[in-house]
Each structure stands twice: as C-alpha cells, then as structure tokens.
Design a protein around this ligand. Structure first.
Ligand code: TEU
Ligand code: CA
Length: 540
C-alpha cells in the first residue's frame, strides 16, 4: 500500500513568526488557522509546527516545561483542537514537534531531580561527579562550551548537548521512557497526524570516558544502543496511522535506508543535516552547491530501494536559501525550488520560502533573538573581535534570518503591534499579497511546481540519476520509471551556462513542462539563462 505522505507536500510553520491573530507581536495558533485557506491553495497536504508547548523559551520552545500544555502566547489546547478540526476539513494534516532528547530545566522532573542525589527523578537526567573546576569530561555541546553544568547543591554536574536550560534526558532509565511514551500516546490520542522528532539521533550517549577522535559530536550522535529506544518508539508509533520524520544527524545515508524502511523502519523519513555545508571565508560564507549536490545525490541513491527522504532546502535553523545559494531574485528562488522539490522524497517548504524571502540585514546584536547566535556573538567578542566584526561573523550564518515574521503584505501585515523580531525591510517588495496578483511571481510558480510534483508519478517513484556531478553551477538530474522520464536542468548561477542534451531527449514526445523563464525551446544545445530552471518530460 502506498503511504499517503509519499505523494504529499509539507509546509513548516515557525509559529512565533507565522501570523499574529491578537496583535501582541507573537504569531499564534489562531493565526495559523486563519491562513489554512492560503496553504490549501498553495497545494499543501500537511504542516509541521515547531514546538508550541509550555516553555521558558531559552531555545524558543525546544525547552519544554510541560509536555501536555500549550504555551499561552500561542493559545490553548482548545485552539489547537479547533485548528486540527479545521485543518482536517481542508484535508491538511498536522505534524507536531516532539522534543524528547531533553526537557527544560524548568520541567517539574528536573526541578525535582535537582533537589538531591536520591530524589526519585534524579536519574531521569544524566549526572556525574564533578567540581566547579573539573567537569566529568571535556565534551563540547552543539552551541559551544561544555556539555556539563555544575550544580553546587549536590556537587555533581548535569549533561546537556544544547544550552544549560535543556538538560538531556536519561534514556537508559526505563521509568523515564515510560513517562515519555505516555506523553507521546497522549498527543496521538489527541488526534495529531504525526511527529517531527527533534534531535532524535542524540538520545543515546557513549560512556563518559569515551575518547573523541575527530568528530566532536560522535559521543552523542547515533551511538550504538539507540536501536533499542528507536524500536520502542516505533512499536508505539505503529499503533497509530501517523507520519514520523526524524531529525537525525549522524545517521549515515546507508543506515537511513534501514531507519526508514517501509516494513519495520523506526520512522518514516529522515531530515539529514549534511546538506547545508558552507563555502568561502569566515564571515563571507555562502551555501556550497557542490556539497549540496553530492550529499543529496548520495541520499537519493542510498535510499533507492529502501527508505524515504524528507526534502528541504531551508528550515528554522539556517539562513534563507535564496540568500546563501541564490542572488535574492525570483529567478533564484524558483530555480532552487525546482531543484530540490523534484527529488525523490517528501518535500517540506519552510514558511516564506514560497515567496522567496531573504536574509535580514542585521545591523545590531539587539535585532537577534536565537540563543545560539547570542552565544556565538559572545564567543567572537571573547576572541577579541570588535563588536562589528563579531556581528558580521555571527550573522553571516545565523538562524535568525529564517525567523523574521512572515511577509504577508507590506510591513504591518503580520501583526498590528511591534513584532517579536523585526520585519525584513524588503517586505514592501517581497510579500504574499502582491505575489498573489502577479501570475509570474515566485508564489504562483510554487503552485505549478507543487501540482506537477503530485500529478506525475515519476516525481514520486522515479529513480534518480545525477548528471554533470562536478559542474559547479548546474544541477542536472533525471527521474525515471518504466513509462515516464523527466530531466531537471537548473542553472544555479548568475551567468549563462550551456548544456548539451543527449539525442533521446529531443524526440517528439519530450516537452518542456515547466520553466521559470517565459520562453524556452528544447534544442540539443541548451543555453540556460541566469538561474534558469527547466523540466523536460515525455509525459503530459
Ligand atoms: O536542532 C538540532 C541541532 O541543532 C543538532 O541536533 C544538529 O544535529 C547539529 O546542529 C548537527 O549539525 C534542533 C532544532 O531544530 C533546533 O532549533 C533546536 O535548537 C535544537 O534541536 C535543540 O532542541
Ligand atoms: Ca499573538
């Protein structure tokens, strides 16, 4: 049986910045509800909402203090119930974020655990003997600094791979796991359609005396023994008709074929994190197109016969792709969209990508909000860079670029009061309202692209083959089934690129079925204009 999500297009919502319904400057659940018709018209089948649970917001919701309640700034459980109901009426499914590698340090379990060494909740977390000067080991967390924070009351340190406000849960503790599984069940019984599993490859850790060779994150990335917990999770997920997508850094493309195999995989699909490599000098880095092609091709081939890919080019943790790979024009926005959405897998569109939103021109540290950005900035200052240099080094590749409010119209359209992050000054030029009226807009191109992706089975089932693997500017590939063939040619540069087609692509049945320029003819020697994308197929 074909799973519904193999032929579906997802949309990622960063709720804080999506739509503010009550004008307090913060996006909310009712705001999402008001935009369901917009998402429907775009062709979206499901949405993934970043965490909306109760949280002190050290890491914007990725630090949960109560798994069963909604952060009041986003609304209530009843609001969510209603959203779910209306979304389902629109045939849109809802996937929630599931953050179970860690909790907030304000979660009642951790508040208890801190009280004493023999507290019943102590072993819900990871503690080891330490002194203020000497931590149990020298492992570094993802956001920089030690993975340990000393607790003077009990004279031990607790372990955290993100901020100290996000203590890691102890997955070796079966009592803890039972409690987490109860909460997962609670949400599935609530009626949601699935989960995006945050940082799931990190739940198992090496012994504290593990010696790091090269990869600083090896001691907590896809560590052996994780199979046991993933199997328990799978057994729970399989009791429901849901979709699961795991953020699983450290799981190699070869292993992903097993992790996501259709019969007894742990989860339905994986977000790999290798693809967004940077190239260029510090402070001036851009996206690395060759790495992107290499990584994505490896994953396409690796999951050819077993497993499934989750496709993305942008998310809430990275700068805007139209800025780091493109030149911030509609042409580069649509070219990138064509290139990644027609790969084999389930595409996710990060909010704002469908109108080609760009990076924010940060000019002061006060405009940034992400915890890791603020930590990075301090780090550069500590290394004696000036404040201006530190700002540049931080914002060159910061999460904050993706988190500015959605540009529904000219700058007041997201909220009537001051938004929690500044709106990009280009909102007057790049926005939904104006693009809806313009047939040649990025938004309207996306509608065509999504329709095509879902209509032609070659884009769901077809095998992938990379062409011109070493070409530094062109991303070209074919998708093939027994009956259908499609070729995708994308020029990801501002210069004209020339590509020669094999004769069989010039036979009468082949046509250009999509392009982001008004006119293009099929010829043996194809001249691709700046950021031109062309899709050729024998079907349609
Ligand atoms: O990000 C995960 C994350 O940053 C690491 O797991 C990742 O493996 C690492 O950077 C490897 O390159 C998720 C969320 O998307 C992010 O917003 C949160 O801050 C983080 O988890 C903590 O919950
Ligand atoms: Ca609000």
């Amino acid at each position: 049986m074909t799973k519904w999500w193999k032929n579906a297009v997802g949309y990622q919502i960063y709720p804080r910045s999506f739509m503010d319904s009550n004008n307090d400057g913060i996006g909310d659940i009712k705001g999402i509800q008001s935009k369901l018709p917009y998402l429907k018209e775009l062709g979206i089948d499901f949405i993934w909402i970043n965490p909306i649970y109760k949280s002190p917001n050290i890491d914007n919701g990725y630090d949960i203090s109560d798994y069963k309640s909604i952060n009041p700034e986003f609304g209530t459980l009843d609001d969510l119930k209603e959203l779910l109901h209306i979304a389902h009426e629109h045939n849109i499914k809802i996937i929630m974020d599931l953050v179970i590698n860690h909790t907030s340090d304000q979660h009642p379990w951790f508040i208890e655990a801190k009280k004493s060494i023999d507290n019943p909740y102590r072993n819900f977390y990871l503690w080891a003997d330490a002194t203020p000067e000497k931590m149990p080991n020298d492992w570094q967390g993802f956001f920089g600094g030690s993975t340990w924070t000393y607790d003077s009351k009990t004279k031990q340190a607790y372990f955290h791979i993100f901020t100290k406000g996000q203590p890691d849960l102890n997955w070796k503790n079966s009592e803890m796991r039972t409690k987490i599984y109860q909460r997962i069940k609670w949400w599935l019984d609530f009626g949601i359609d699935g989960f995006r599993l945050d940082a799931i490859s990190h739940i198992q850790k090496e012994p504290w005396d593990f010696k790091i060779k090269t990869d600083p994150w090896a001691p907590f990335s896809n560590v052996s023994g994780i199979e046991h917990y993933m199997t328990e999770l799978k057994d729970l997920f399989h009791q429901y008709n849901i979709m699961t997508v795991g953020e699983a850094s450290g799981v190699k493309s070869k292993q992903a074929a097993f992790w996501t195999n259709e019969d007894n995989g742990y989860i339905d699909m994986i977000f790999e994190l290798e693809q967004l490599k940077r190239t260029g000098d510090l402070g001036k880095q851009t996206g690395d197109l060759l790495a992107l092609k290499e990584v994505l091709s490896r994953w396409q081939v690796g999951l050819k016969n077993s497993g499934w890919n989750a496709l993305y080019i942008e998310n809430h943790d990275n700068p805007r792709s139209n800025s780091i790979f493109g030149n911030e024009t509609p042409a580069s926005a649509t070219a990138l969209a064509t290139a990644y959405m027609l790969l084999k897998g389930t595409p996710f569109i990060y909010q704002g990508r469908e109108i080609g939103m760009t990076n924010y021109p940060f000019s002061s540290i006060d405009e940034l909000r992400a915890t890791d950005s603020l930590m990075a900035y301090q780090n550069w200052l500590d290394k004696d860079y000036t404040s201006l240099e530190s700002l540049k080094l931080t914002t060159n590749w910061a999460r904050d670029h993706a988190r500015t409010p959605m540009q529904w119209g000219a700058s007041g359209a997201f909220s009537k009061s001051i938004p929690w992050m500044k709106i990009n000054p280009n909102a007057d030029q790049i926005n939904v309202e104006s693009q809806q009226k313009d047939p040649s807009s990025t938004l309207n191109y996306y509608k065509k692209l999504i329709k095509l992706k879902k209509e032609l089975s070659v884009f769901t089932d077809g095998n992938y083959k990379l062409e011109l693997p070493k070409h530094p500017k062109v991303w070209a590939y074919t998708r093939t089934t027994a009956q259908e063939k499609a070729k995708i040619l994308v020029n990801l540069s501002e210069k004209v690129q020339v590509v020669t087609l094999p004769n069989r692509w010039l036979q009468a049945e082949y046509k250009i079925i999509l392009t982001n320029y008004p006119e293009q003819k099929l010829t043996k020697v194809m001249t691709l204009r700046p950021f031109e994308a062309i899709v050729i197929s024998n079907y349609m």
